[in-house]
Write a protein that binds this ligand. Structure first.
Ligand SMILES: C[S@@+](CC[C@H](N)C(=O)[O-])C[C@H]1O[C@@H](n2cnc3c(N)ncnc32)[C@H](O)[C@@H]1O
Length: 270
């Protein structure tokens, strides 16, 4: 398992944060930026055994959709961190608008350098973002450090087998969570290398298939609306996005690309 050989990891991270803070991302993905949406979040949350006394960290919290959902559904306290300033601001406004500021707070922070003391959280979620972190081992170690003994971590992420997919490479691929996606087993290995125990690892590739189908429909709609000058999505290269989503759909159909969940636990004695 090798870390990506990149000397511009700060640039990649910022590019990713900017893209996910953009209007184009919101148009194409809606409020929940991961395959499976809140349905899969609920499944992951139940594997984390959340309760009203849980203190939860949502790493790379995007627009805050998951954090707000968890607070409403389970009554737990949630902190969301994200590297995108726009997402941090939007999420904070959403928390206030839904009257959840007492239970949910958002912070601008990097998953590879979490601004929290050791053993601060009962549970950690990271949805569709781990694969974009240039140093996955650093992020996994940070997760383990801030997790309380007996706590659990749940990751859902894009998975990719070892097949070379030239049409799904480059910066766009990285930002779309595909460029450095790994087999499910590798995500489990990064977590277990920190001393965590894997208690669950399962594919959920149909969630990615549905999401890519949805994106392709929205791209067609965007093409019409932009042509009619009724929609403006700065920074979105429509033909590149269409070719990319088509290649992704083919890779999913041939099982080279997928989605999965991994849940790990920290020893009570640690
Ligand atoms: C695909 S979106 C997923 C967002 C959210 N988890 C969801 O499911 O709606 C990826 C998110 O990761 C954030 N991100 C990327 N790199 C990050 C990093 N190093 N630290 C924190 N957030 C990061 C992006 O800003 C973006 O909001």
């Amino acid at each position: 398992m090798s870390e990506p050989i990149r000397n511009d990891s700060a640039g990649i991270k910022q590019c990713c944060a900017n893209m996910y803070g953009s209007d184009a991302a919101k148009y194409l993905l809606g409020e929940s930026f991961h395959p499976g949406g809140l349905r899969l979040t609920e499944e992951l949350a139940s594997l984390l055994s959340l309760s009203p006394t849980s203190v939860v960290l949502d790493v790379a919290s995007g627009k805050g959709t998951t954090a707000l959902f968890l607070a409403e559904q389970f009554g737990c306290r949630v902190t969301g961190i994200d590297l995108s300033e726009q997402n941090f601001l939007d999420a904070s406004v959403a928390a206030a608008a839904r009257g959840l500021s007492r239970l949910v707070e958002f912070r601008l922070a990097d998953a590879e350098a979490l601004p929290f003391d050791a053993a601060s959280f009962d549970a950690i979620l990271c949805e569709c973002a781990f694969c974009t972190f240039p140093s996955k081992q650093t992020a996994a170690s940070e997760f383990e450090r801030v997790l309380k003994p007996g706590g659990r971590i749940g990751i859902s992420d894009i998975t990719k087998d070892g097949t070379s997919l030239p049409s799904l490479e480059g910066l766009l691929a990285w930002i779309a969570c595909i460029g450095d996606a790994q087999p499910l087993q590798s995500y489990a290995e990064w977590l277990s290398a920190t001393g965590l125990h894997i208690i669950h690892a399962e594919p959920r590739s149909h969630c990615l298939q549905e999401m890519v189908q949805g994106i392709r429909s929205k791209l067609l709609m965007a093409e019409i609306m932009i042509g009619l000058k009724k929609l403006h999505l700065p920074g979105l290269d429509l033909s590149q996005a269409k070719a990319f989503s088509k290649a992704a759909q083919e890779a999913i159909a041939s099982n080279h690309l997928g989605y999965g969940i991994v849940v790990a636990a920290k020893d009570k004695a640690k």
